[in-house]
Design a protein around this ligand. Structure first.
Ligand SMILES: [Zn+2]
Ligand SMILES: [Zn+2]
Length: 188
């Protein structure tokens, strides 16, 4: 059962370097969990301010800032998921798989660390990880915090093994919260 009672749009924003078809398919699968309608925007350039020469990685905050700037042009109630190939970080962490800003309704995931390392792992795992990260960040967009339950999609992924352990589903507690929050945000 979808969590949203009103029709809302998920705009999927691929950044240059990402296959927009793949981003669209991943985003659409995540959108269906929430009951969001998905559409794919034309790819945009990676924000120049994102690159850190010292870390040789990209600042997640610059991606969220850019997406939030794009966002005012979007219809009310729309939420946005950016998809990048670039390796993201926030200060204090070696890397992150994604980040979200509930206030502006924007989120971003990075595909950089989702590629399976072993040959015996199918391409399906890559897609599955990307879908899980998308659902997780959208959960944040709808007001959910991290969950202590390791199989819940809202559990924090410190490494990719954490992502592989958790399911694509919300635990009962997070699901109940999501119903509440999604209703509240639809009304505002
Ligand atoms: Zn999180
Ligand atoms: Zn949970």
């Amino acid at each position: 059962m979808p969590y949203l009672t009103e029709t809302r749009l998920l705009a999927i924003q691929p950044f240059h370097g990402v296959n927009p078809v793949f981003a669209g398919e991943v985003g659409a699968e995540a959108a269906s969990i929430f009951g969001l309608l998905a559409k794919v925007n034309d790819p945009v350039a990676v924000p120049g301010a994102a690159w850190s020469r010292r870390r040789r990685q990209y600042r997640s905050s610059a991606f969220l800032g850019m997406l939030a700037e794009l966002f005012p042009a979007a219809p009310p109630g729309q939420v946005l998921l950016g998809v990048t190939q670039d390796d993201l970080f926030i200060p204090g962490l070696n890397y992150i798989f994604g980040e979200a800003d509930q206030r502006s309704g924007v989120s971003v995931i990075s595909l950089a660390r989702l590629k399976p390392e072993r040959g015996d792992i199918t391409a399906g795992l890559y897609r599955e990880r990307a879908v899980k990260e998308s659902i997780h960040e959208l959960g944040h967009v709808f007001g959910l915090a991290h969950c202590p339950e390791i199989t819940c999609i809202m559990h924090f992924s410190n490494t990719i093994a954490d992502t592989d352990v958790k399911g694509p589903d919300f635990c009962a507690r997070c699901a109940a919260l999501l119903f509440q929050r999604a209703d509240k945000s639809a009304a505002s």
